[in-house]
Design a protein. Structure first.
Length: 568
């Protein structure tokens, strides 16, 4: 055991003995049952806290429970001289906010969200109220002539002090209602395994809160009867006992280990691994996250983040982290079960992690391929602009110069004029070829006016009649428009070269987040994606956008090329 644990145990034992001695020797008669009960409440908290501390030293819940017991004894009357009397007044009821802290921080010792606010409000109410009340209280004038004087007295005012007590009790009721509501929320959000641990603590905590608040209200109005004090003490002592009951209940879930090992023996896929772990731990909300390339991913290999409101158990092997379980915080109460489940599932989880890593690599390859296609399209656009703005303009300038030269040739220069005419014709033919090349690299009309205009231009230039039966009027995503255009262009080129078709039909439809392009001809059929680079290149382009390409081609019937692209 650690030195802090031993020191706390010794301090608890000493304070318990001192509390019993002081109660027995108090100058005013105190029933023996009250002395025994007061000592027992502190022993229950300190004893349960020491057990929790020894069992789970990495969590703070054991230390908090010990603090409740120590605070319970510290607020007792330790003498009749001024310093103990003043100290007792300042620490009165301190065990209540410390106990509230322990209950709301159960099981890992950490406060989150509204629970932190409630605990801070409870500390502020008790400590601030005690200070204000101490400034207005003189025990020698309040029925205890043997007591020492109050070192912090400013003005003895029983009426104001009583009013302050009523206000503190009312605020205590508000905080108590908030605690009950928060415990109810925790109960609703907890998993079955979490409820098995939380249940005893929750009901004991609610009962203790109700009994204590009722006693404080009655005491603020008049004087609470002895039975109300004893009832509140009993309920306070039941809270740490309920904590131990939760510990025992958690161990009963360990029978699920046998079932878990049977289910994981065949190395099932990631989702089934996660389901088996969730069933073994009794937590349907459990998440299995893989540690891949210095980040967490989900079962499908997508990046994932941890929920700060949930508990996390790391799965490690050989000092290397390979996965994590995000689970109900109350499962922290059975750390051994978590570690045993993680060890038993290591091989299956590691196999699932490798599958997820493969998905991550596949996604990276797809993203890389998409970037390559996008870079190629961008380069096509750049070449088209360069040809249009550079080479074509220069050729047009040369043609204009030739026309000016022809206008200045004399009547006797027929041979020169004929040469100039031939040069103009050749230049015009070259210019037409250059324009066709530029359109083939990337049609400017696609960028400027969209897919409908680009397909219409493609149909007009085709060597076979092309009918466009449907096309969305709205603009699609630029990568989808480019891919659809080049798929249609390559399909028409194949029809002209190989199909001997008399007509081609193009249809583009958009439905349920997908764009479907269909190019059908009435040619001889027999097209095969596996032969030649044209259709194979189209397949790569479509799949780079996570799309699908399908070619249906029957002899003497024709060919239908269908491409689908995701388009949100």
């Amino acid at each position: 055991m650690s030195r802090a644990w031993i020191a706390t145990a010794v301090a608890g034992a000493g304070l318990a003995v001192a509390d019993a001695i002081v109660g027995a020797l108090w100058p005013y008669p105190v029933p023996a049952v009250d002395v025994a009960m007061h000592v027992a409440v502190g022993l229950a908290w300190v004893g349960a806290g020491l057990v929790a501390w020894a069992r789970r030293p990495e969590l703070r819940i054991g230390q908090l429970m010990c603090a409740v017991g120590l605070a319970w004894w510290a607020e007792g009357g330790w003498g009749l001289s001024p310093l103990p009397v003043t100290t007792q007044a300042l620490l009165e009821n301190l065990a209540l906010p410390v106990g509230l802290h322990a209950v709301l921080a159960f099981p890992d010792g950490h406060l989150r969200g509204r629970r932190r606010t409630l605990v801070l409000a409870a500390y502020a109410l008790v400590l601030g109220g005690n200070l204000a009340s101490t400034l207005l209280w003189e025990p020698q004038l309040d029925g205890c002539p043997e007591c020492g004087g109050n070192l912090l007295l400013v003005h003895h005012s029983p009426a104001v002090r009583d009013a302050l007590g009523v206000v503190m009790s009312a605020l205590g009721v508000v905080i108590g209602a908030g605690v009950v509501g928060e415990l109810g929320r925790l109960w609703r959000s907890a998993s079955p395994a979490g409820r098995a641990v939380l249940g005893p603590v929750l009901w004991a905590g609610v009962t203790a809160s109700a009994a204590t608040v009722a006693r404080m209200l009655v005491d603020a109005i008049g004087t609470a009867p002895a039975w109300m004090w004893r009832l509140s003490w009993i309920t306070l002592a039941l809270v740490p006992v309920a904590f131990l009951v939760g510990l025992v209940g958690a161990r009963l879930r360990r029978a699920a280990m046998t079932t878990l090992m049977v289910k994981l023996a065949e190395l099932p896929p990631p989702q089934q691994v996660r389901d088996a772990l969730a069933e073994a731990l009794g937590d349907s909300t459990l998440r299995l996250l893989f540690w891949i390339k210095d980040r967490y991913t989900d079962l499908d290999g997508r990046p994932a983040t941890l929920d700060p409101e949930r508990a996390v158990t790391l799965l490690e092997y050989g000092g290397e982290r390979f996965a994590a379980l995000e689970h109900d915080p109350f499962l922290y109460d059975d750390r051994e079960l978590l570690q045993a489940v993680g060890a038993a599932a290591r091989l299956a989880v590691e196999n699932s992690r490798l599958q997820a890593e493969l998905k991550v690599q596949l996604a990276e390859v797809r993203a890389s391929r998409a970037r390559i296609v996008a870079a190629g399209d961008a380069e096509r656009r750049r070449l088209e602009r360069d040809l249009h703005d550079g080479a074509q303009q220069r050729l047009l300038g040369i043609r204009l110069a030739l026309r000016l030269a022809r206008s200045r040739v004399g009547q006797d220069d027929a041979e020169v004029e004929e040469l100039l005419c031939d040069a103009d014709d050749e230049l015009m033919a070259g210019l037409d070829e250059l324009r066709a090349l530029a359109r083939g690299i990337h049609p400017a009309v696609l960028t400027d006016e969209g897919l409908p205009a680009a397909l219409a231009s493609l149909a007009r230039r085709a060597a076979v009649p092309v009918e466009i039966s449907a096309v969305p009027e709205e603009r699609l995503a630029a990568p989808v428009e480019v891919a659809a255009y080049f798929v249609a262009s390559e399909a028409i080129a194949n029809v002209v070269k190989h199909a001997h078709a008399s007509s081609v039909t193009i249809a583009v439809t958009r439905r349920d987040g997908w764009v479907r392009l269909e190019v059908a001809d009435d040619g001889i059929g027999g097209a095969d994606v596996s032969r030649g680079s044209g259709l194979a290149g189209l397949k790569d382009r479509v799949e780079a956008l996570d799309g699908h390409l399908e070619v249906t081609s029957r002899a003497a019937v024709g060919t239908t090329l269908s491409a689908e692209f995701p388009c949100d």
